[in-house]
Design a protein around this ligand. Sequence first.
Ligand code: GLA
Ligand code: ZN
Length: 676
Amino acid sequence: MKDYINPDFKHMVHGGDYNPDQWLDYPEVLSEDMRLMKLSHCNEMTLGIFAWSALEPEEGKFNFEWMDKVMDDIHKAGGKVVLATPSGAKPAWMAQKYVETLRVNDRGERYWYGERHNHCYTSPIYREKVKLINQKLAERYKDHPALIGWHLSNEYGGECYCDLCKEAFRGWLKKKYGSIKNLNGQWWNAFWSHTFNGFDQINPPSPLGENHVHGLKLDWKRFVSEQTADFVKHEYDSVKSITPNIPVTANLMGFYQGLNYRDIVKVIDYVSWDNYPNWVNTDHDINVAQYSAMCHDLMRSLNCRPFYLMESTPSHVNWKPYNKLKRPKVHMLSSLQAVAHGSDSVQYFQWRKSRGSFEKFHGAVVDHVGNEHTRVFKDVTAVGERLEKLDEVVGTVVRPKVALMYDWDNQWAIDMAGGFQLNDKKISQTNCQYYNAFWSKGVDIDIIGADSHDFNDYKVIFAPMRYMVSDALGEKLKSFVKNGGTLVCTYMTGMVNENDLCHLGGWPGAGLREVFGIWNEEIDTLNPGESNTVKLKDGTVVKAVDYCELIHSEGAEVLAEYDSDFYKGMPAYTVNRYGEGKAYYIAFRDDGSFTKQMINDILDEVGVSSEFDGALKKGVTAHSRTDGENTYVFLENYTPDDFETETGILWTEVDTGKTLTGKFTLSGYGTLILKK
Ligand code: GLA
Ligand code: ZN
């Protein structure tokens, strides 16, 4: 049951962004690159990401000779190529001649030529030019033995407010709502006299115009996401029609808020993403590791397949306020973390440090000194040597029994809502609090969406701050619980529908009141520094912060009550049996300790545990992949100290083939890859 990204290349990919177009005047550097590639145990180069002006220096005049040579040289050196389409940055001639390809900001100002990721994704001329260059690349290299994948553009994102995009938005709205009357109703436009007579009166949200109609703001974000996906599809089709067997990806950015990645994943073959955690080598590294792990899980769960870690830095970046070096051992650990969560690659930005311009001091495999005698080069080589021993892990999948629910539009809607804690509802922090409990136990987890996943694949679903619940999602959750699933929700559940209209008739709406057996009458937002207390059945008292909902049981068993303020004695934590399953409701936010305990208890109750049977400690975790028969467990230690633990299972160490059981030591910042 293996799932290969490219069945013709069953090895871990190790390589990264390669920009020979910056070095065409330095042929000795380019040939040295090939020697160093082999030496570093890299087997891949991601080529041509920002190479448009080198490929088409003047309109309609193409120059592929340099790329022919690079492709051939990489092949001769035993490497493979993930070939990029160059649409992430356009040549100056295009901006000069076709002004419509330049973006317009939300104040209606057209940008000058410059930077990257600066094109209008609606512009027919841009689309035509992209299609042409993409097809030329595909035609030229379709049979090249080095080609193993496509990399569309680079980190799609951003918005354009030009007239073409405005028109497209109006068309999108018309398709969605049918009539202007329906739109007025769904956006609640009688408010502030905003009733429209026609779609042509509608503009995107702007500081110069409307910025408070939630329906409009939400639909604009959805439109931007779908319009971008439409552009991605345009690129996808242009290469796929010529190279049907070469898998296509776009490099994503974790929890980036500008796009709903579930739109993008529909139009690509495999997921890849760029990860730049803030490793600083203090205690804080544990939080960094947890956040990075959560991002890997989010990215993998987009289609529940193996993915590529398309970019990471072998040492440091250049765009953080403090660009600290990765400490010894951290590069190996962070690289294997990606693999533990389902990556079939470790790739870097970038192969060789640029000589000039903005990224000349960004970490890279090859430094300005230009040879292999650097600490970073050796770190990279060590990763390459280790990845070469992991062929059997390639194509294995992650199949958790637990899911955390996360949807981009749910977060957008919460973030824009008036009320509560106005400026920071802390949804990201809440997700981390939940995620960290699973991570600490070494329990694998998927991060799933309301529409995109089959809930019946999971025993338990945690859906903190699930503010937006459509009737369809309400039904889906209801039948999940009815059929025996365990659902855990919190304060703010089911307040609005998919258009951000409040559910009438009592929260949680969309039929969930019955599932939880509670009614949420009010929500109290506490001031910073304030807290309340909650008393559990066994007498334990925990702290409530930020939010306390005033809920009534309508049949649910009360597991904890508020212990102070005027709502003392009201339920704070409940469970309701519904059909064959159970629905837990947590009416308050806590400082983390209650969440952790609650998650531990619920996982015990449903019988979900780590694939590793031994003890873990703070900062040490376990993650697993499987081919259906063998389970591969990655034991990861994010502390500097050696850790002694014990297992009752007879494992094989994948790197060495040696068996392992009983007591053993996991070294500080070490990773062990075990098979059972
Ligand atoms: C992004 C881009 C790369 C590079 C890196 C630097 O991920 O995709 O081109 O600029 O950032 O960290
Ligand atoms: Zn535009």
